[in-house]
Ligand binder design. Structure first.
Ligand code: C2E
Ligand code: CA
Ligand code: CA
Ligand code: CA
Length: 281
C-alpha cells in the first residue's frame, strides 16, 4: 500500500509538472505573439431565422503559434486574463473586428446594417483607457456604435475592481449594444439583468443542446425567451447544431441564432464569400 501511495504521489507530481510547464510555455509564447502577428479573428454568422438573413457576426480569436501549434481560446484566454496580456490582445480584437465590419458592411445591399459582436473579459474593464479606445476604434474604422455589440459574462459583473456599472452605462450611452453571454450558466444572471443595461441575451449552448429531446430544457428556453422579450431584450440562441433545433427555436419565438448548423467560425475572406453567396439566395 505504501509503494502504491508513493506511485500515486509521483504520478500526480508528474502530471502537475506537465500542466505547469505547458502554462509557462503558453505565457512565454503569448508575450510576443501580437508582434509576431500570430492572432487571427474568425467570424461566425448570426441569423434572423424568420426572414433567413444574416444579421451579424461574432468575432472569435484564434492563435497559431510555431511552438505550440493552434491553441484554443478556452486554454489561452484565461492565461491572457491572469497575465494581463488580454488588454493589448483585446485591443487588437476590437480594432481588427471593426475594420473587418466596415469592409463587410460595404458589401451589404440591405438597409439594415450588419452588427459585430466582440467578447470582453473582466480584466479589460480594469484598463482605464477601454472606453476611449473603443470610441477611437469606431471612428477610425468608420463604423456606427449601433453596429457594435459587446458580449460580457457574469465574470465581468462579479469583478469588484472597477465601477463596472458606470463603464457599462457609458458604453450603452454611446449607442453600443450590450449582450449577456452564456446566459444561465452562472449564479445570479437574473439579478444582473435587472441591474445592468443589457440589450441582448445569449442563451448558452448547454440549454440549446437538449431542447428537442428534453421537455424541461425546451420549457426553460421558452420561459427565457418570454422573459427576455418582456424586458425588451433581443434573444440569440448559441450552439444551434441541427435543423430540428432551428425549427423549434423559431416556433419558440427566438430572434436570432448562431451555431454549426448555419456555419462554424471561419476566416475573414471565407466569411465574406459565405455572406455574399448567402445574400444572393
Ligand atoms: P463564447 O463567447 O461563448 O463563444 C462561443 C463558442 O462556441 C466559440 O468557441 C464557438 O466556436 C463555439 N460554437 C459556436 N457554435 C457552436 C455549435 O453549434 N456547437 C459547438 N459545439 N460550439 C459552437 P471558441 O471560438 O473556441 O471560443 C471559446 C471561448 O473563448 C468563447 O466562448 C469566449 O469566451 C472566449 N473567446 C473567444 N474569442 C475571444 C476574444 O476575442 N476575447 C475574449 N475575451 N474571449 C474570447
Ligand atoms: Ca461570446
Ligand atoms: Ca457564449
Ligand atoms: Ca462560453
Amino acid at each position: 500500500a505504501k509503494s502504491y501511495g508513493r506511485n500515486t504521489y509521483s504520478f500526480f507530481t508528474k502530471k502537475m509538472n506537465v500542466i505547469i510547464q505547458r502554462r509557462l510555455v503558453i505565457e512565454e509564447q503569448m508575450r510576443d505573439a501580437l508582434e509576431r502577428n500570430e492572432f487571427e479573428l474568425f467570424y461566425q454568422p448570426q441569423f434572423d431565422a424568420k426572414n433567413k438573413h444574416i444579421i451579424g457576426a461574432e468575432a472569435l480569436l484564434r492563435w497559431h503559434n510555431p511552438v505550440l501549434g493552434n491553441v484554443t481560446p478556452d486554454e489561452f484566454i484565461p492565461i491572457a486574463e491572469n497575465t494581463g496580456l488580454i488588454v493589448p490582445i483585446g485591443k487588437f480584437v476590437i480594432s481588427q473586428a471593426l475594420h473587418f465590419l466596415n469592409t463587410w458592411q460595404s458589401t451589404c445591399k440591405r438597409q439594415q446594417k450588419y452588427t459585430m459582436a466582440v467578447n470582453l473579459s473582466p480584466r479589460q474593464f480594469r484598463d482605464v483607457g477601454l472606453l476611449s479606445f473603443i470610441q477611437n476604434s469606431l471612428s477610425e474604422a468608420n463604423v456606427n456604435p449601433e453596429s457594435l455589440e459587446l458580449e460580457i459574462t457574469e465574470g465581468v459583473l462579479m469583478s469588484c475592481h472597477t465601477n463596472v456599472v458606470d463603464i457599462l452605462t457609458e458604453i450603452t450611452a454611446l449607442g453600443i449594444y450590450l449582450s449577456m453571454d452564456d446566459f444561465g450558466t452562472g449564479y445570479s444572471s437574473l439579478s444582473y439583468l435587472r441591474e445592468y443595461p443589457f440589450n441582448v441575451l445569449k442563451i448558452d449552448r448547454s440549454f440549446i443542446d437538449g431542447i428537442v429531446l428534453n421537455n424541461e430544457d425546451c420549457n426553460l428556453v421558452k420561459a427565457i425567451i418570454a422573459m427576455s422579450h418582456s424586458l425588451g431584450l433581443t434573444v440569440v440562441a448559441e450552439g444551434v447544431e441541427t435543423k430540428e433545433q432551428h425549427t423549434l427555436l423559431n416556433e419558440l419565438g427566438c430572434d436570432f441564432m448562431q451555431g454549426f448548423y448555419f456555419s462554424k467560425p471561419i476566416p475573414a475572406e471565407q466569411f465574406l464569400d459565405f455572406s455574399m453567396n448567402f445574400d444572393k439566395k
